[in-house]
Design a protein around this ligand. Structure first.
Ligand code: CU
Length: 381
């Protein structure tokens, strides 16, 4: 999961995944931008978040974030009500990252840096003026792309609701083995469309927060709380309530997803953020601490990312065919590695992977992440 408030282990301190560190910097190379005045510069330190301009005209906004502090940081652009317009996570000290966000509507927004990747962040007001015709329907290809991806989201969210209901029933009936076998299968549909859930502030943490990422005072709910009950502590007196709440939250997500208007840039950013999820959660084994079903999530994140790229393919093919070939090759490479870990209709458990396998995964994901980080700039062109 991605929790904006999370305290995820910075990649730099994880042994054995050194190859991933480079990933955080790979957005920084001269991507083209629509903004005539060049990118909006964000200077992030441990205590400040300086924005080079606090107003911009509606359209595609490019932010360039330089982490000059000592902590891993994140950058967010929020609309009113803390709706996430765009985000970049895991910016290691000394690195630059670029974020392109489509902001079609004038209004009041907020920028935020989150040194240490915790809390509400260092906020600043940001005003968007003017207002362009919604870009997601100005261009037929983009409209086609978002329509195709919307179908993918609809199919997966419908399956998520059905599978979650089965999982929740098993938990409430105290059928531990049945619930365990439903668990990874149910999460597939969530992990495929996770960037959609992240659009709705509190829903992603409520459904998918990991225990290690909880803020002080935050209740441990959702899939991972039930994962812990099933694999570690045994079902608890409040497990049925937690299960009910999970289903309520999933239904809420499914309802909200129906009216969500995604842009082509959302697809591009989502494809990249799904790979970041793989790099920061699944390859490190941190997502599924108790069940060790990280590779099911890995495959699902990869599928979700690939589907976003598939939807964008005609646009990318027209603008940068070489990028499409690279993406095809690197997606196939990661998939081939995953296929080697298949067992029955599932995968090896994370704790059955060798250090070599983990390292190979990390560098393959890194190699895919690099071309994926260029997609947004190509789409924005
Ligand atoms: Cu997740």
């Amino acid at each position: 999961m991605t929790v904006p408030q999370s305290r995820r282990t910075p990649l730099t301190v994880l042994a054995g995944v050194g190859a991933l560190v480079a990933l955080a910097g790979c957005d920084s190379t001269g991507a083209a931008t629509d903004a005539a005045d060049g990118p909006i510069k964000i200077d992030a330190s441990d205590t400040s978040c300086t924005v080079s301009t606090t107003t911009a005209a509606a359209g595609n906004l490019t932010f360039e974030i330089a982490n000059k502090g000592t902590k891993v940081t994140e950058f967010y652009l929020y609309a009113e009500g803390d709706r996430i317009m765009g985000e970049v996570e895991n910016i290691a000290p000394g690195l630059n990252r670029r974020l392109i966000v489509e902001v079609p509507d004038a209004g009041k927004y907020q920028t935020a840096c989150k040194p240490g990747m915790a809390g509400n962040g260092i906020r600043g007001d940001f005003t968007v003026t003017g207002g362009v015709a919604r870009q997601n329907d100005t261009n037929a290809q983009k409209a086609e792309a978002t329509k195709s991806y919307a179908t993918y989201v609809a199919n997966n969210s419908a399956a998520l609701e059905t599978e979650t209901a089965k999982f929740v029933d098993a938990v409430k009936a105290g059928k531990v083995d049945e619930a365990k076998s439903e668990y990874a299968r149910t999460r597939v549909f969530y992990e495929r469309i996770e960037p959609v859930a992240e659009k709705f502030g509190d829903l992603d943490p409520a459904i998918d927060a990991r225990e290690a990422d909880l803020e002080p005072g935050q209740q441990f709910t959702g899939f991972h709380r039930l994962e812990k009950d099933l694999w570690r502590s045994g079902l608890q007196p409040d497990s049925p309530q937690i299960a009910d709440k999970l289903l309520t939250d999933v239904k809420d997500l499914v309802t909200k997803a129906k009216t969500l208007q995604l842009s082509a840039l959302d697809l591009a950013n989502g494809a990249k953020s799904l790979l970041d999820e793989v790099a920061t959660g699944k390859i490190t084994g941190e997502e599924e601490t108790f069940s060790h079903t990280d590779l099911w999530d890995f495959q699902s994140n990869l599928d979700g990312s690939k589907n976003a790229i598939v939807a964008l393919r005609p646009i990318l093919q027209a603008k940068d065919p070489a990028l499409v070939s690279t993406l095809d090759k690197e997606f196939a490479n990661v998939q081939a590695l995953l296929d080697k870990t298949r067992v029955g209709d599932g995968f090896k458990y994370y704790d059955q992977l060798s250090q070599d396998e983990i390292k190979t995964f990390a560098s393959a994901v890194d190699a895919l992440s690099e071309p994926l980080s260029k997609v947004a700039a190509v789409v924005a062109k």
